[in-house]
Design a protein around this ligand. Structure first.
Ligand SMILES: [Zn+2]
Length: 497
């Protein structure tokens, strides 16, 4: 009888595809799952008896902003501790590459104080260079990246509020070609933030035509999520149809002030799908404000350097004028439930890798989704309130985002797939980073705390989280989109020969 490297014995296995769990053993060998069999039947050099806890594919977080924070904390603390084994970065138009020598100051301004951390040395220029920097220092989790539209625009035309000239648009296409060849999974936009908000629909269609050649996707923080949310969803769908690319509508909950509930935007998604267009949605389940507070300022103020914003807001007249332009609140929980239940909506954090130590803890950025998104869904919307069946929640965290990003050997438990695995106890699972409404007095700021109930996390077959401990292992990989990376390696080898 074969003796495998490692066997997880006697688990309740959730394969990730949406089917109910079954009891079984799972064997891991050289990074991959090699066999799943009835409980008590597999032999291993090492056997972990998971004692009826759930064994699931590691969670895939399709929408994060860890692009720079993962360089600061390669242990990916807040992500891997909640069971996340793969994150997608480069969202909302923001990727740290490409970057031009004369625009490094602009990128610093764009990314804020994290840009000045010693681990973020901006020694890359191309998208490929950035991915190499990511991989070279080791990572606890896998990372897939989108090319950010804002980065393309900044590299070519700073924060200028105008259309690109034909030659500028050509240069943006060249940068995007390079990113797709390096293995970007598609293009992201952030159409409420400068400079993304200055782009016309046709500029984005032109760029998505480049993405289409590599079978990538278009992911968008759409042009408005309140009064204009339906036009904005329609624009994203239109862009996908015209350019021939699948569309991922990012964190698409109507924000307070939208005159419709989430059924209205989902109806547009359903109609597009009924007409054969591939459109899907992700969302996080926190009702609180997620972006930096500057995200609430009018766009003409947001684009300024932080010091100038502070000076401007010190002037009482400017301040009262700005105040009139803001109504700022976030999401109604009713919409969170509507979105969770829809089959074309997957779960994301919209957070980033953080840690309860070092720069990523102090100054304390907003943290609950970064620490507790996935355990929080299991705790609040599966165990405490039956919004989702367990297997459906797991599908939305694993095989569905894997399918979206063509990660066909991840997000599912089957022989041959990479052993990205989380073992959890549904009875004990608890998100400890969320300050739930109604807030109690004294107000506890969102604590940087790891969740409870995530007992083991394996990335590419290696144990990264062992109960309360991070094992210091860095087995994660930079994932490159298969089509672009294939073309690129092809070109490289022909260049060498
Ligand atoms: Zn966004």
């Amino acid at each position: 009888m074969t003796v495998f490297n490692l066997v997880l014995a006697n688990g309740r296995i959730l394969k990730g595809c949406g089917n109910p769990w079954f009891r079984g053993d799972l064997a891991i060998q050289t990074g991959r799952i090699v066999e799943i069999a009835p409980p008590g039947t597999l032999r291993g050099q090492e056997i972990i008896d998971v004692a009826d806890r759930f064994v699931s594919p590691g969670f895939i977080d399709i929408h994060t902003h860890s692009d720079l924070s993962i360089l600061v904390n390669r242990r990916a603390e807040s992500a891997v501790r909640q069971g996340v084994t793969t994150q997608v970065i480069g969202n909302c138009g923001m990727s740290p590459a490409p970057v031009e020598e004369n625009h490094i100051a602009d990128m610093h301004n764009y990314w804020g104080p994290i840009s000045d951390q010693p681990e973020v040395n901006w020694d890359w220029r191309s998208f490929d260079g950035y991915l190499r920097t990511l991989q070279s220092g080791g990572l606890a989790i896998n990372i897939a990246s989108l090319a950010g539209h804002a980065a393309l625009r900044i590299a070519v035309m700073d924060f200028e509020e105008r259309d690109p000239t034909p030659s500028e648009l050509d240069r943006m296409k060249e940068y995007l070609n390079e990113a797709m060849q390096a293995g970007a999974f598609g293009l992201s936009t952030g159409l409420v933030y400068p400079p993304g908000c200055y782009a016309s629909t046709s500029e984005i269609i032109t760029l998505c035509q480049v993405v289409s050649r590599y079978h990538g996707l278009y992911a968008s923080h759409i042009r408005g999520e309140r009064e204009t949310i339906l036009e904005a969803v329609a624009e994203a769908i239109h862009i996908g149809r015209e350019a021939g690319v699948p569309v991922q509508i990012s964190h698409n909950a109507p924000k307070f002030g939208a005159p419709w509930d989430a059924n209205s935007n989902l109806r547009l998604v359903d109609e597009a799908r009924a007409h054969g267009q591939d459109v899907t949605v992700d969302n996080d389940v926190h009702t609180d404000l997620a972006p930096a507070l500057t995200g609430g300022l009018p766009q003409h103020i947001q684009q300024l350097p932080a010091a100038e914003i502070v000076t401007l807001l010190q002037d009482p007249n400017t301040r009262s004028r700005v105040r009139e332009e803001i109504i700022f609140d976030y999401i109604d929980e009713t919409n969170i439930r509507i979105l969770l239940k829809h089959p074309a909506v997957m779960i994301c954090s919209d957070g980033q890798v953080l840690a309860p130590y070092g720069f990523l803890n102090d100054p304390s950025p907003y943290s609950p989704c970064s620490y507790g998104e996935f355990p929080g869904v299991l705790e609040r919307y599966v165990r405490n309130e039956p919004v989702l069946l367990l297997e459906e929640a797991i599908r939305k965290m694993t095989s569905f985002p894997a399918q979206r990003f063509e990660l066909m050997d991840r997000g599912v438990l089957r022989a041959g797939a990479w052993a990205d695995i989380v073992v959890f106890d549904l009875e004990r699972i608890r998100d400890r980073a969320t300050n739930l409404y109604p807030h109690t007095y004294p107000f506890v700021n969102y604590p940087h705390r790891y969740p409870e109930g995530i007992d083991y996390v394996f990335v590419n077959g290696e144990l990264v989280v062992d109960g309360e401990q991070h094992t210091d292992k860095l087995p994660g990989r930079v994932l490159r989109h298969p089509v672009g990376a294939y073309l690129y390696s092809d070109k490289r080898s022909s260049r060498q020969s």
